[in-house]
Design a protein around this ligand. Structure first.
Ligand code: NAI
Ligand code: MG
Length: 369
């Protein structure tokens, strides 16, 4: 079905290769059982690339990422490379990918699978079945705005400066991603800013509303101040479907929403860029967690965040929604059968290794197919 599509796999460091091995088994299953296959290339990013090439990302691998229809990444970093200069650090490889691919929309779902609802810090009934999507603007706002810096005034007082800047195209393109996503989900978008105290927030609200009225009248749009959104996320999270917000508020709100789900080992993400001349949208899929050096190489890591990132890839880069549903259902059923890696262990459940969780997902896929 998608055999002419190019997928670049960058497993990275630490637990990256271990969790990616399970993803490759799932890809093999899809090729055999659903005739969904990709032209897969492999490359190095992070510390492993530094060890081999002296840089966390070579120009060649960057070029392959630009040509790929989607990039799937494990994790980068680890204590071995902590003392390297800034430009050589593993994280620089990931930052270059995000920058050169112009990934301006970061998608962070917060999904609670029923069997894991007790792992949340909130009461089971508040989070059971939770499925929300936070779309965070990733390349603009206060993290990049100028002027910025620390200056010393004539009287010796020091002053730190950062500037929140957004233009209408920056707001509209990320809002468009959110509205398009909402059409594939619950058809509800909540746009979040602080228009009560920030002019950039006023512009944000106006532009999102304009885009809605012009192109997305079939999607229900609401606006909310960011402080209220933080409260609502912990009070009644199921009221949301898609939340779209700026870089800074999105950083905070997506971490807040992530913890409603209880475990880092379960959280996938996607970062989407602009469509290129061929109408193809650049995209990078990766788990939210890092390289977990404390458990790397021990077959203990939970591969589900990366497997669920693959499900996002099927859905958002290749319009294979039914295949994505199937994979998410298999994950849910494996959890329902009581299969757990150590990080999500619950009383009475069966503790398995990284590969054991891969086995369980494949077994459930077999049952569903
Ligand atoms: P981390 O996410 O790697 O680990 C935090 C804790 O969660 C650890 O106790 C770890 O064992 C556990 N954990 C993480 N993923 C897990 C999984 N799939 N299954 C079971 N347990 C899991 O974050 P930390 O410790 O702050 O960073 C470690 C390294 O990873 C650092 O070098 C950091 O720079 C890098 N990092 C890389 C990221 C990326 O590649 N996107 C993101 C965050 C950190
Ligand atoms: Mg954060």
């Amino acid at each position: 079905m998608a055999a002419n599509k190019k997928l670049l796999i960058l497993a990275g460091d630490g637990i990256g290769p271990e969790v990616m091995r399970q993803v490759e088994r799932v890809l093999d299953w899809y090729a055999k059982r659903r005739a969904v296959s990709f032209g897969v290339n492999h490359g190095l990013v992070g510390g492993c690339s530094y060890d081999k090439h002296g840089t966390p990302l070579t120009d060649e691998t960057m070029g392959e990422a630009m040509e790929a229809d989607a990039v799937l990444l494990g994790a980068v970093g680890g204590p071995k490379w902590d003392s390297l200069p800034f430009e050589k650090k593993p994280e620089r490889g990931l930052l270059r990918l995000r920058k050169d691919m112009e990934l301006f929309a970061n998608l962070r779902p917060a999904i609670v699978f029923g069997p894991l609802a007790d792992a949340s810090s909130l009461k089971r009934e508040l989070v059971d079945g939770l499925d929300i999507m936070i779309v965070r603007e990733l390349t603009g706002g206060v993290y990049f705005g100028k002027p910025r810096g620390i200056e010393t005034l004539p009287d010796g007082t020091r002053r730190g400066i950062n500037t929140q800047v957004y233009t209408t195209p920056e707001i509209q393109r990320v809002a468009r991603v959110a509205f398009d996503l909402a059409r594939l989900r619950g058809r509800k978008v909540c746009s979040v800013e602080k228009a009560n105290v920030m002019e950039s927030g006023v512009l944000w609200r106006e532009e999102v509303q304009k885009l809605h009225d012009a192109d997305y009248k079939d999607v229900e749009l609401s606006h909310m101040y960011a402080d209220n959104c933080a409260m609502q996320l912990v009070r009644q999270p199921k009221q949301f479907d898609v939340i779209v917000t700026d870089n800074l508020f999105g950083d905070l709100l997506s971490d807040c929403a992530a913890m409603l789900t209880g475990s880092l080992g379960m959280l996938p993400s996607a970062s989407l860029g602009a469509a290129d001349a061929r109408g193809r949208r650049r995209a990078l899929y990766e788990p939210v967690h890092g390289s977990a050096p404390d458990i790397a190489g021990k077959d203990l890591a939970n591969p589900l965040a990366t497997i669920l990132s693959l499900a996002m890839m099927l859905r958002y880069s290749f319009a294979l929604g039914a295949d994505a549903d199937l994979l998410e259902k298999a994950v849910s059923n494996a959890l329902g059968a009581g299969i757990r890696t150590g990080d999500i262990m619950t009383p009475g459940a069966t503790k398995v290794s990284t590969a054991g969780m891969g086995d369980a997902v494949l077994k459930e896929l077999d049952k569903l197919a």
